[in-house]
Structure formats: C-alpha cells, structure tokens
Write a protein that binds this ligand. Structure first.
Ligand code: GCV
Length: 654
C-alpha cells in the first residue's frame, strides 16, 4: 500500500493517523528535534484529516494535549490520561512525547473515548537497537548487505552515504513508532573502506545521524579493533599501549565533534577473522575498556560482541564444542568491564538457528552490562523468501529466567537485532517480514508483551480499517510460521544442515566435516550432539540449576532441544510419545502441508491487499513451497537411508 510517492508506508500509512489528525491538539514542548517531530507529525495528520494543532498558547478546547511533566518519567517514558474530553500525554523528556504520540496513534479512536486513569509507560530496556550489516562498498562475496535479503543498503550507495536520505528519514519514523532508539549503520565485519567511517569519512555518518535524530535515534558505528594501525599508522593495537589509548581518545573526540549525540561503537573482535586483543595476549575486557574509556567523557557506549569461537576447528576433534565458547571466554571476565561497556550476546550459543537454547552466558555475568542480540534478518530462517514470524521465538528468549524462576527481573540492559531492512520497495524483501521488525521494537520496549498482541497491533496499523477476514488471514499465515519453518528444516534443535556459505536450503552434511564447529553426528544408529556433563562436552553444566539438570538428561530435556543436548538412537521415544525417527518424518510432512495451507489462505486475501504487495508475497510462497518440499525430501531421505527405519505411515520417501 503505497502512501507517499513510491515508499511503502509499512505500519504508518496515513490512515493510521485519522484519529489524531481529526482532533484539536495542543503541543507544549521544547524545540529539540523530537518535540519538533511531534508537532510536525500532528500538523501533517491534521492537514489530511481536518484537525488543528497549535503550539503552546492556552487552547482551552484541545482534545489532545502533549506536554512536559515535572515527574520523573525518565528520558523516554510518558503518561497518558483522559479526563473531561481531553486526552493528555505528559513526558519528562522530548522522546517520551514522541513515544506518547505514537502510542495514541496505535490506540486510534480508543484514545478519545470515555475516561482513562493515568497510565505510565516506560521502556523496560534502555537500548533498543538495530545493527545493520551494511557495507559501504559492495563486498565481492557478501554483497552490499551481509546476510541481507532486502536489496542494497538503505544508507550507502555508489561507495558513499546516499545523497538523498528520504528513505532513511522514513525508516527513522517507522523505528520510532515501534520504540527503537539506536541504529548501527555498518557491518560488524569492518572492511577497508568502512574502517574509515571512523575518521576521515565521519561526515557521512553525521549526515545519517542528522536524519535519525528527530526520531529519537542515536547513531552507532562498527569499528575495527585494529583501527589504530590501519587508520592511525601505529605499529600496534595493543589495548594496554599508551599510544593506542591516546589514539582512541583522540579519534573519539573527533567523532563527537561531528556527532554530538553519537551512541558509540560496536565491535566484533577475535571472531571469524576480525582482529582483537588476543593477538597481544590481552583479555576482551582490556580490549573493550580502551574503547569504553575513549567514549566515557561523552556518554557513549561500546557494544562488545561475545560471538568469539574457533572457526578453524578440526571436525575430528570431539573435545571442542563451539556452543561452550562464549561462556568459557567471557564468564571469567565478569566485573572487569567498564560501566559503559555492554557485552552483546547472541540469544543462543551457536548462531541464530531456528531452535537453540538460550545462551548460558545470559544471567551468568551479574557484574557486567549485557545486551541480547537476535537476528531479524532471516539468515537461517528462510532469508525473507519464507514467512517466518519470529515474535514467539524472541518472546521465549526474553521470558527465559536463568534460575528457572518466573520473576520479572531484567534479562539484559538492551536488545539488539540484526536488521532485516534494505532498499527494497517493501523495506524487508518479503512484505510480511515487516512484522518481524515491528515486533522486535515492541518487545524491546516491553519484553513481557504477548507477541500475538503485538502482531494484532502491526496488522491494525498496517491495514487500518481492514475487515476481520484480513486480520484473521494474516494471523493464520503468521502466527504459526516459526513452528512451520522449524518442522520442515533441521529437527529437534540439532541446527545447521544448510547449504554452506549462503545458508539457504538443505544440505544435511553441508557442515558436517567442516571447520565451523556445527555438527549433528548422525550415523546408522542415532543423531545429535552429546553436550551432557556426564558423557559429553559438558556444555549443559554451564547453566545454573534447574536448567543444568533439565538439560543434562534425555529424560528431562525438552523434546525441541533433544538433539542439541543429546545423541540418541532413532528409536528414542520423545515426551510426545513418538520415536525420534517418526517425529522427523511426521514433522517434515506436516511442515510442507502447513505451507500449502498458508499459500491457499494468502491467495484468498487478494481482494483485501494492495495488488503489488499481494503479488510479492504470492510469488514468495511459490518459492517457500518449493524449498520446503526440498527440505522435506532431503531430510527424510537422508534419515531413512541412515537409519533404515521405514515411515510407519508408508509415505513416499526417496
Ligand atoms: C557478520 C554468522 C554469519 C556472518 C556474521 C556472523 C556474526 O557467522 O554467517 O555473516 O558476520 O555470524 O554474527 O558476526
């Protein structure tokens, strides 16, 4: 549904502003960038829908008032009340007003009905961030956006920052409307050209920051740990070297001259070939702290990634377990990181598979600030050719309690997603993948939110006034799509089994004899990785109780993670009552049937969806179905041939 020019309006079509745009509004606020945005949004909506907005002044008959509050609602919180025909949003900070306005937009007419006692809304997590794995120059192997499935970069084109940043502006607006407040604009694998964004090319980053600032978004940059050498000409990047420390301090000072509210650095160090402190015999706390010290005077933060493992493992070596790596490297450093260093931990111990346990590092470093990283870009979940709404998966991660309790205690200080957006007209390649981006922002604001309620919001905003048949249809194709994807791909948490390199489509043994540490160990008798403490790699013991006990034994391990933690015979009986081999056959047939059904439901919505958007999704369903059949047939045939156990229902397996 195009709304302004050829830009897909995603969850902010102008009709979503009908309720606020047809009211008399009063904005009392400062003149900082987010307050200006609040006023401009209302002015624009009023122009379309016949309302009126005034600034300051005493307009006694306003139906919507947005104003500063003395209370401490924090920088980003807001309060909403409705009394005597006036809906009032108050906030201590200007960003709070912006979030308050978008909250009223979400409520629509409901915001203007009856009375409302004061409700306070505050984000649970301070950092709600998107990392873009965008390269400035097109990389010969990874393309412009590493693991990007939505075209080229939003920020960079022809080797430099885009001159026309209108799409970036529209992106900032979409992000603010779902609560995201930070964006890292380049790939964590920092190549030669991108390294220079930190120094002589910082002006290009500043131009992007200028466009995101009015939406309350701070800009961050991925930097190479070797910057003092590659940019500064120093002989070393040793974090304990005085000249290195001075170099970072000086370079960072110049960054803040260009971008006064710069958010900070993101660093991938000693990981998949990126340079890091190990080269100097230093710890990752030493590494992070030198950057943290440089950022500290300006209020910046370093996001230091915990994705550190041996990617040159010998597959014959059964003593090394990649899943253990982050915990083993980082827990000894708890308490050593500077207060403005945040350890950014992938949600699972491996790498964004469709099913993994929650990383044992989460909760194991109480004296370290932590951000959890998820992957909106669907590297291992269908690459935005398959529908795979990840809200339920992320919600499971965010609700996980390392001590097994159900406390509302915070899992982390921040939530970060690898962005799924590019310069594709639908933003995310697959139009339905927009739901992932929206859900991410809303769960980062409120990790306890019901993801299905968030999906309701996304549906209502994206298709204002749509009949119930459309909402029902969208729920039908999205609600269970993660589970469907899981069914036809790698079974029971074992992971990988993908084509090496690009990671799309099945290849059961694609990584089995590789250096990447991602094995399933299938043989004629059984499958899975023994990560128990008693007989395996000991990974299960990295958890606190009760999880360590739950995962240790195949008897108590949840079915969906069984092959992640245990090597079991094909005849092992799951809690579901099925054998492992029959589960594999059944789920693979079911997964394909579910895709067929989703395709049918989508076809039936043609009269309710913009034709271009409908056609794009329909076309992707053809590919999803082809690919799901390929997965089913390869996985089922592989395990039939390995095990020799026939399908008890006698279906065709090749
Ligand atoms: C940006 C996986 C991906 C890489 C990615 C890496 C990371 O290995 O395949 O493309 O690199 O994770 O998260 O750093």
């Amino acid at each position: 549904m195009t709304d302004s020019g050829d830009l897909d309006a995603a969850w902010l079509p102008s009709a979503a502003f009908r309720a606020v745009g047809s009211r008399r509004s009063l904005v009392r606020a400062g003149d900082g960038p987010p307050a200006e945005t609040v006023y401009a949004e209302l002015a624009d909506a009023c122009e379309r829908f016949g309302g009126r907005v005034v600034r300051d002044g005493g307009d006694g008959d306003a139906e919507l008032v947005l104003e500063p509050a003395g209370d401490d609602l924090g920088d980003e919180g807001f309060a909403l009340t409705r009394r005597g025909g006036t809906t009032t949003v108050t906030a201590s900070g200007e960003r709070g007003l912006l979030y308050g306005l978008f909250h009223v937009v979400r409520l629509g007419e409901d915001a203007f009905r009856g009375e409302r006692a004061r409700e306070v809304h505050r984000p649970a997590l301070a950092t709600r961030m998107l990392d873009h794995w965008d390269n400035v120059a097109v990389h010969p192997v990874m393309g412009q956006v590493e693991r990007g499935y939505a075209g080229g970069s939003l920020f960079w084109a022809d080797g430099r920052a885009r001159g026309d940043l209108d799409r970036v502006r529209a992106y900032g607006r979409l992000l603010a409307a779902c609560g995201i407040n930070a964006v890292a604009v380049n790939n964590v694998n920092v190549h030669e050209t991108e390294a220079r964004l930190l120094t002589d090319r910082i002006g290009e980053v500043a131009a992007i920051a200028d466009v995101l600032r009015p939406y309350g978004i701070r800009t961050h940059l991925s930097v190479t740990f070797a910057a003092p050498m590659v940019l500064g000409g120093l002989p070393t990047a040793d974090p304990l070297d005085g000249a290195v420390r001075d170099w970072w301090a000086e370079a960072t000072g110049r960054v803040y001259e260009a971008i006064g509210d710069f958010g900070g650095y993101v660093v991938k160090a000693d990981s998949e070939g990126q340079p890091g402190p190990f080269a100097y015999g230093r710890s990752h706390a030493d590494g992070a702290n030198v950057l943290a010290a440089a950022l500290e005077p300006y209020g910046g933060t370093v996001h230091w990634r915990a994705f550190v493992y041996d990617h040159r493992q010998d597959w014959r070596d059964r003593t090394t377990d990649r899943a253990r790596a982050a915990y083993d490297h980082f827990t000894p450093l708890d308490g050593e990181f500077a207060p403005n260093a945040v350890l950014q931990v992938k949600h699972g111990p491996m790498d964004f598979q469709v099913r993994e346990p929650v990383s044992p590092l989460i909760g194991a470093m109480p004296r370290t600030r932590l951000a959890v990283e998820v992957q909106a870009t669907q590297e291992y979940t269908g690459q935005q050719r398959h529908v795979c709404w990840l809200g339920p998966m992320w919600s499971e991660v965010l609700r996980f309690r390392p001590d097994g309790g159900v406390s509302a205690g915070r899992l982390a200080d921040g939530l970060v997603a690898v962005s799924n957006v590019g310069d594709d007209p639908f933003w995310t390649g697959h139009p339905l993948a927009q739901a992932n981006l929206y859900t991410f922002g809303r769960l980062a604001w409120d990790p306890a939110a019901d993801p299905h309620a968030v999906l309701d919001e996304w549906i209502a905003l994206t298709h204002p006034g749509a009949p119930a048949r459309l909402a029902d249809g969208l729920h039908a194709v999205l609600d269970g799509s993660w589970s469907t994807y899981e069914k036809y791909t790698a079974p029971l948490g074992v992971g990988f089994m993908v084509q090496p390199g690009h990671h799309y489509g099945p290849s059961v043994d694609g990584y089995e004899y590789s250096p990447w540490g991602t094995y399933h160990f299938a043989d004629r008798d059984g499958v899975g990785v023994d990560r128990s403490a008693a007989t395996g790699t000991g990974y299960a013991a990295q958890y606190a109780d009760p999880w360590a006990k739950v995962y240790e034994s195949p008897e108590t391990c949840p079915d969906e993670l069984l092959l992640f933690f245990h090597h079991v015979p094909y005849g092992h009986v799951l809690h579901s009552g099925k054998t492992v081999i029959q589960h594999i056959y059944d789920t693979h047939f079911e997964g394909v049937a579910e895709v067929e059904e989703a395709r049918r439901v989508w076809a039936g919505l043609a009269d309710l969806v913009d034709p271009a958007r409908h056609a794009r999704v329909a076309e992707r369903y053809e590919e999803q179905l082809r690919s799901a059949r390929e997965w089913r047939d390869q996985i089922n045939s592989y395990f039939l041939r390995k095990s020799g156990v026939p399908d008890e229902r006698g279906r065709t397996i090749h």
